[in-house]
Design a protein around this ligand. Structure first.
Ligand code: G3I
Length: 306
């Protein structure tokens, strides 16, 4: 059971810090390991917040999920604004992966190597990496990450990846192909950013099962369930059902190794800042009071003997 951790809150808020330590056995840096955060100026590194989280996890016996190595978002501006050649970009990406994975070698349990590489219709997302390097950038990234830390579990990761749809078809086929080629892809991360106004997906278990049938690990990596405010008891109940159904799917497939919340308290959730009028997406309110979703997850774990 994991959570994304806000590096600033971890330092500034003792209640938050105590809850991260008490409720979870795995942590993901919400932003601290992203390229724009670790190398804001080319060649000048800012490892402080990521180092602190890794040390916190170690002190509390928690595993760390590294997030994320190749993404189209939160790239440093020196990288996206300068006109690098494809060869230079390939070299920069390779260096980035070796530097970051190498720094935390042996301390990261699983890496989100490639994040959000497909569009919802199953076509490849148009990114700086696809344009410059072509579709093989994904295989290269996995090979480099594996060379840099052979013991870390290496994941793909995406949203709208929790049910059967063209995007998960694309991931299923990609993983099959990559594994045939001997590329070290070891897991599929399903982020789990759901929104009540779109309904809860009903092929969650089938989707987890088909990834499981490929013999890889699966994980819910960024679960939160937002809603249009204000909250009412019906929305709260539906949210609780959503958190529960993803957790049940995880417990029901052999290779599901973790269930991670994208923040556990509304106090630091990314949702209100990104979606106007939406919020209440996590299992605890701004005052760390548990919602029905919290108890549903706890009961589900208890029923499963955890
Ligand atoms: O660090 C800068 C700070 O220096 C600056 O002063 C401040 C002013 O806006 O911005 C800070 O950066 C913000 C960063 O979060 C850290 O707080 C960015 O503006 C903001 O855009 C960024 O948002 C993050 C978002 O990814 C960016 O795409 C969210 O916190 C984070 O929860 C969210 O997480 C993503 C996952 O990585 C991938 N899956 C989807 C998920 C939700 O979008």
């Amino acid at each position: 059971m994991g959570t994304a951790v806000d590096a600033n809150a971890l330092n500034a808020d003792a209640t938050y810090r105590a809850a991260v330590a008490k409720e979870f056995d795995q942590v993901t840096p919400e932003n601290a390991m992203k390229w724009s955060e670790v190398e804001p100026v080319q060649g000048q590194f800012n490892w402080g917040p990521a180092d602190e989280l890794v040390a916190f996890a170690r002190a509390h016996g928690q595993k760390v999920r590294g997030h994320t190595l190749v993404w189209h978002s939160q790239l440093p501006s020196w990288l996206t604004e300068d006109a690098f050649t494809p060869a230079q970009l390939r070299d920069l990406l390779r260096k980035h992966i070796f530097t970051e994975v190498g720094r935390y070698k042996g301390k990261i349990w699983a890496w989100d190597v490639a994040n959000e590489v497909f569009n919802d219709d199953g076509t490849m997302r148009d990114t700086i990496w696809l344009r410059a390097l072509g579709p093989n950038y994904i295989a290269d990234a996995f090979r480099w990450a594996h060379q840099a830390d052979p013991n870390a579990l290496l994941f793909l990761n995406d949203y709208n990846a929790e049910w059967l749809n063209p995007k998960t078809d694309a991931y299923y086929n990609l993983i099959k192909t990559l594994r045939k080629q001997g590329v070290p892809v070891q897991g599929m991360g399903m982020q789990g950013h759901l929104a009540l106004q779109y309904g809860l997906p009903n092929t969650v278990l089938q989707n987890a099962q088909r990834f499981d049938s490929l013999g890889i690990k699966t994980a819910y990596t960024e679960v939160d369930i937002r809603m249009q405010l204000p909250v009412d008891v019906y929305k709260s109940a539906a949210q609780s059902e959503g958190f529960g159904s993803l957790l049940r799917a995880c417990l029901l497939v052999r290779g599901c190794v973790s269930y991670t919340l994208w923040g556990f308290t509304d106090k630091y959730s990314w949702v209100p800042g990104f979606f106007d009028g939406e919020g209440s997406a996590t299992p605890m309110d701004e005052n760390f009071q548990p919602k029905p979703a919290y108890y549903t997850m706890r009961e589900t774990f208890q029923l499963a003997g955890h």
